[in-house]
Every structure is written in C-alpha cells, then in structure tokens.
Ligand binder design. Structure first.
Ligand code: NAD
Length: 425
C-alpha cells in the first residue's frame, strides 16, 4: 500500500487539517513509518456530525451543528476537549483530534485522541440556553462517549460548569453517577486538585528542563507571556514564584512590560479588578505584537493560533519558546527559528500538563480514591520531564527541532500499538 500525498497543495494551504497531516507526513519520513500505518494514522477513525436543536429563551428553538471526531484509539479510550465557538469547522476538529493522539502518546498516558466542537456563539447565549445546548449535544454524542470509550474535557469557551452538565446528562441517561465520562469537572463532583493550574505547571516544568540542557539558570531568566487566561496567568504566577522574572504580559485588550520585571501579584489583582492587564501601573504599554518580540529569554505564547509567522520569527529575541497555546507557530516560522538556534517547545509537549492531570482525574474517578495535590504535581513533573527528555533525545539523534523530536516519540508509540493490535478482522 502506498500513501498518496499532494504535498504542494498541502504546503500552499493554511488549513489546519492539511497542516496536521503534513506534520505527520514529515515525521513518517523521518522515522521510516510503513506506508500501511502511515495511511491508517493519516485519517480519523470516526467522525460524528450532529444537529443540535436548542430551546431558546424567547420560546423558539435553533439548530446548531456539532461534531465529535475520534482520531485514534489504539492506546486506549480517546480523549479531547469540546470547543464552543462560532469559527469551529470539521477540519479544525479533525486536526485537534489528531494532535490529541500525539499529545497523549508523548506524555505516555493510555489514551487516544479526540475532539468535539459546536458552531455557536456562547457569548451571546444565556446560561439556560448554554445548558440546553450542552445537554442536547451530550445526548447526541452519547452513542460514542463514555469512560471506557471517549472522554471529553473543556476547551475554548467550555467551562467546569459545562463539564458538570455533561457528566449529569450522561449519568441521568444511565441511571447512576458516571464522573469518569468527562474531565475538568468541579471538585465537588469528582474533579481533581491541581487541574486548574496543570497546563501552566506542566509548561513551567518543560521550560525548567530546557533551561537545564541549555546550561542556563532559572534565577533571573526573563519571560514574556502572550495571553493572560487560564494558561498565561497561572504560568506568570507559578514562574515568578520559582525565580523567573516576568517582563511582559498581554491579553486581548493589550499588554504591559517592564524590563526589570512586573509585579505579578499586583498584575493579577489588576486583571481581576479591570478584566485586563492593560493599564497596569509601573509598566510601559505594549501591543500584543510587541510582546512576541520583547527582549526576553523565554517567550510563552498562551493565547492564539498562528501568531509566530515568517515575518516576526526573525525578530523574536527569546532563546526558548514554550507553546502553551495550540498551534501558535506556522511551519515556515518553525524553520526560521530552528536555523536561528531558538528552541521551540511544541504545543504537544508544552501544554500537555492539562491532559496529563485530566488523565489523573479519570484514574481517581474510576478508583473513587482522590489524591493530595502534592502527589498530583509530583506525578505531573515526572511525566513532563520524561517527555521532554525523550523528545530532546530524538531531536538530537535526527538533528531536527523539538517539534519533530516530540512527534517522532509520539507517532512511534501510536504506530507500535496499532501494529501490535493488528487489523481486525
Ligand atoms: P483562556 O480563554 O482562559 O485565555 C485566553 C487568553 O488569551 C485571555 O487572556 C485572552 O484575553 C487572550 N487573548 C485573546 N485574544 C487575544 C489576542 N488577540 N491577543 C492576545 N491575547 C489574546 O484560554 P486558555 O485556556 O488559557 O487557553 C489559551 C491557549 O492555551 C489556547 O490555545 C488553548 O487551546 C491552549 N491550551 C489550554 C489548556 C488549558 O488547560 N487551559 C490546555 C492545553 C492548551
């Protein structure tokens, strides 16, 4: 069997599904993946498209299109968030599902990859309408989810409250509580300690490792962070406590910088009060674009996709980029950064702390036995450190960047499981 890949078309497109397939194609070549397995992994295992009727507050109803994509389940049940956003597309959900397969394999948790999405504008919906949407979407996809099959989690614009509604809906349909059907739940119904800061904490652990292999020291290392939400704010808080100096931070309304270091406790209080980091005193005003190019040692993009491009890559001054966000670096920028000696810690590594603690949450739910927070953080540190070192070792061995090194580890693991299980029937 041979895989036919139109590389020129994929290269010319900025469609994320093309990008995800192209990344796999490159790694397949690098690690000598067989054509048969390559073909198997290049497409999702299962795609469910649903139409979700929702009762609206005005007495009428609206139809919302939704998707659940399961990319691969060779290593275990599939895992991945649900996104509520007006720009959701099936191709985006397919790409995110494939990336989840690699992320779970890289940190070596026994999950495959999945993702879900509903095309909607949650900001314009009431809480009741959101609950109606969530419960009906859960019902529509309930035929393929479950603690042993596919376990959703929060993603863009889906919250612990929404996870609680998913858990309740699924449980009501089965007649008993099934907390393991979803992760990112509130603590009171089977959520895990440490889940809220897990993405940021995992990101910090891999930055710590990068600092080590580059023979630098944490104390005084200057960090710029784009995005000040769950990932960015917690990264700023945890890293400043650890001895890093946060010199710039931004959110959708703008940014602030201080070459000597921002007062992070003050900045978090300012954000809580005003809804933004913009306007914080004792700092200069900078734009979101400025933050990416600010004079620093470590850059943490923690907001949007596709912000590091071939235009700004030559001007980035950081020596390490840790992708807390999914997909912040375009492939052309990756090449420029590699040539310039910048170490990019790819999203499937740098933000894998979230899914790792989601896995811990699922294990605790199944065992009905909950762990202390220090045990969770300790297990997380060990998983992240090992994943970093394995990806680093592959990148050194093949003379490639950390993204390809991480993919080499992950794709190889999924390929091995797929091969061992064989083709049924
Ligand atoms: P969030 O909604 O909590 O925060 C997003 C932040 O980005 C906000 O501060 C927002 O103001 C800022 N932002 C929005 N538009 C911006 C713009 N144009 N310029 C600069 N900042 C802008 O989301 P989050 O959970 O922190 O997720 C951020 C990224 O991290 C996403 O790519 C997400 O997929 C990724 N991620 C998050 C987790 C997690 O556990 N939270 C896990 C893995 C990956």
């Amino acid at each position: 069997m041979s895989v036919s890949v139109d590389r020129s078309a994929a290269a010319a497109s900025d469609n994320v599904w093309d990008m995800a397939q192209r990344q796999l194609d490159e790694v397949a070549k690098l690690i000598g993946l067989s054509d048969a397995i390559h073909q198997y992994l290049r497409v999702p295992k299962r795609v469910l498209e649903v139409s979700v009727p929702v009762k609206m507050d005005n007495g009428g109803f609206r139809m919302y299109p939704g998707y659940r994509v399961q990319h691969n389940m060779s290593r275990g049940p599939s895992k991945g968030g649900i996104r509520f956003h007006p720009d959701v597309t099936l191709d985006e959900v397919k790409a995110l599902a494939m990336w989840m397969t690699w992320k779970c394999a890289l940190v070596n948790i026994p999950f495959g990859g999945a993702k879900g999405g509903v095309i909607c504008d949650p900001k314009s919906m009431s809480l009741q309408e959101l609950e109606n949407l969530t419960r009906r979407f859960t019902t529509e996809i309930s035929i393929i989810i479950g603690p042993e099959k596919d376990i959703p989690a929060p993603d863009v614009y889906t919250t612990p409250q929404i996870m609680a509604w998913i858990m309740d809906t699924f449980s009501m349909q089965h007649g008993y509580s099934i907390p393991g059907v979803v992760t990112g739940k509130p603590l009171a119904i089977g959520g895990s300690l440490g889940r809220d800061k897990a993405t940021a904490r995992g990101c910090m652990y891999v930055i710590d490792e990068a600092i080590k292999v580059l023979n630098r020291s944490i104390e005084g290392t200057r960090v710029a962070i784009q995005g000040f939400g769950n990932a960015g704010l917690h990264a700023a808080e945890l890293m400043s406590k650890r001895g890093y100096v946060i010199v710039a931070a931004s959110d959708s309304r703008g940014g602030v910088a201080n070459a000597k270091g921002l007062d992070i406790a003050g900045l978090i209080a300012h954000k809580a009060e005003t809804g933004s980091v913009a306007g914080f005193s004792g700092a200069e005003r900078v734009t979101n674009a400025d933050v990416l190019e600010y004079d620093c040692d470590v850059l943490v993009p923690a907001a949007l996709e596709k912000v590091i491009t071939r235009e700004n890559a030559p001007r980035i001054r950081a020596k390490i980029i840790a992708e807390a966000a999914n997909g912040p670096t375009l492939p052309e920028a990756d090449d420029i950064l590699f040539e310039r000696g910048v170490m990019v810690l790819p999203d499937i590594l740098a933000n894998a702390g979230g899914v790792t603690v989601s896995y811990f949450e699922w294990v605790q739910d199944l065992q009905e036995n909950f762990w202390e927070e220090n045990e969770i953080n300790d297990r997380l540190r060990r998983k992240m450190t090992r994943a970093f070192n394995e990806a680093y070792e592959q990148s050194q061995r093949h003379g490639v960047n950390m993204r390809k090194g991480a993919y080499a580890v992950a794709v190889d693991r999924v390929a091995e499981a797929t091969k061992l299980r064989g083709l049924y029937p």
